[in-house]
Design a protein around this ligand. Structure first.
Ligand code: T46
Length: 131
């Protein structure tokens, strides 16, 4: 349903640094980057799946929970490490919540933003993954 990608931590005595090189460290060509912060602990974002989009989601600060659903089972992944990315392919329903105050999530995406790629209705999602 998902993979965790471990990035190598570089840096020195002054602190940490994680380099992410397109087409080397990420399993798709990156077309878009966005980041999310300032979300309340109890807010629940997402509530959608994507028809085509693939993404790597990195908690560059703080932590949060991703609830993932492939139409058959549900799993919660706690994201907390800035050197670990959650790799989601298409057709995975996601909700994310329990944001720590300092949580900043950076997302690397395989496509430009396209509202037509979103499945925002859970019943529709179930129908599409059953095909
Ligand atoms: C996902 C999770 C992890 C844009 O205009 N461009 C963009 O690239 C994105 C991602 C969003 N938007 C607009 C669309 C909405 O008006 O920003 C607003 C908030 O987007 P949304 O409600 O889709 O945000 P989340 O946090 O529920 O979901 C986002 C991504 O949309 C989604 O692909 O997997 O983060």
């Amino acid at each position: 349903m998902y993979q965790l990608i471990n990035f190598t931590v570089r840096g020195d005595y002054q602190g940490n640094l994680v380099p992410i090189e397109a087409e080397k460290d990420i399993p798709f060509k990156i077309k878009r980057v966005y980041y999310i912060w300032g979300t309340d602990y109890n807010a629940v974002r997402g509530h959608h799946a994507h028809r085509k989009l693939e993404q790597v989601i990195i908690p560059i600060a703080g932590n949060c929970d991703f609830i993932l659903d492939d139409g058959k089972k549900r799993e919660t992944v706690h994201l907390y490490s800035p050197n670990q990315g959650l790799y989601l392919k298409h057709n995975i329903w996601r909700e994310f919540t329990h944001f720590s105050k300092d949580c900043v999530v950076m997302v690397l995406a395989s496509e430009h933003y396209d509202e037509g790629d979103y499945i925002r209705d859970y019943e529709q999602f179930k129908k599409e993954v059953a095909k």
